[in-house]
Design a protein around this ligand. Structure first.
Ligand code: KMH
Ligand code: ZN
Length: 288
């Protein structure tokens, strides 16, 4: 089977940092930024280490997951005062949020937003056993709303069947080229593929034409899966949302520490991290 996706040039990689997430808390790792000032300060540190995109989750004053556009707006403004990172908001939200609340962030006009491409069931934490709903109708509603706000989706794929939903969006003309898919391995959800290198190889064969890919390894898979992604011409996401450890038994001290490590490895592979404006060119976004 042929590989059709858009490869990054050999000497370039786009690094995304996912700093906060919906499932991790300061109790698990005190370095997780939750409030807008913390998120902006940490984002700036990650920018200085080579990140081009920041994937954003918002929390309310009690650190509960929030879809409030005002909080997202505050985060955007605080990051923008410091640097021109690409702002990518999460529409995954958190298990306390309704589908409607999960698109609240779009009213804050991010440049990109995550688009989860299928339903999973949570297996850990208080929400274990509850579905993370992303029915096909919901996905289409999300993507239409993103289009209204001029927001570029990054399609999050947790298993191979979700690639079929990517194809459906393309066939229906609901997303614009170049597409961007995130290949996720190792997420602790029922319905998500574990971090097996051969699953990664299989994913690659089904990425559609005109799509770049991002690589998201969760937990201890963050580093090896990210390296595989770079080797196969993709981009990489790191950060405490997906992995709170630096190595076995040792918590990461910051998001920037995880960015710095993947940038070191990228450079060893002959790849320079894209600046935010370089990354915008690949994704067809306007410069900031
Ligand atoms: N936690 C990631 C593996 C979202 O926020 O929309 C997927 C994610 C989903 O970041
Ligand atoms: Zn997220």
């Amino acid at each position: 089977m042929a590989i059709n996706y858009l490869k990054m040039p050999d000497n370039k990689v786009i690094i995304t940092v996912a700093q906060t997430g919906a499932l991790v808390t300061k109790k698990m790792n005190p370095a997780i930024p939750e409030q807008p000032d913390e998120i902006a300060d940490s984002a700036y540190d990650c920018y200085n280490e080579g990140a081009a995109v920041v994937h954003i989750h918002a929390r309310d004053k009690n650190n509960v997951n929030s879809g409030d556009p005002a909080v997202f707006k505050e985060i955007h403004e605080k990051i923008r005062k410091k640097c021109n990172l690409i702002l990518q908001d999460s529409t995954g939200g958190g298990s306390n949020l309704t589908i409607e609340q999960r698109t609240g962030c779009l009213e804050a006009y991010p440049e990109m937003a995550s688009l989860n491409m299928g339903t999973l069931v949570r297996t850990i934490g208080e929400a274990a056993g509850t579905p993370f709903m992303n029915a096909r109708q919901d996905i289409e509603a999300f993507v239409r709303r993103m289009d209204e706000y001029g927001v570029k989706p990054e399609m999050e794929i947790y298993n191979l069947s979700m690639m079929q939903d990517v194809k459906i969006l393309i066939e229906k003309g609901l997303i614009k080229k170049p597409y961007n898919v995130s290949l996720i391995l190792g997420m602790a959800y029922q319905g998500a593929l574990e971090a097996d290198n051969m699953y990664f190889a299989t994913y690659l064969q089904y990425i559609p034409e005109d799509a770049y890919f991002n690589t998201i390894g969760v937990g201890r898979a963050q580093l090896p899966v990210g390296m595989l992604g770079m080797i196969f011409g993709g981009n990489v996401r790191v950060g405490l949302e997906d992995n709170i450890y630096y190595k076995r038994g040792e918590l990461a001290t910051s998001n920037a520490q995880l960015v710095a490590r993947i940038v070191r490895i990228a450079r060893e592979l002959g790849k320079e991290p894209c600046t935010p404006d370089e990354a915008r060119q690949f994704f067809g976004l306007k410069p900031v």
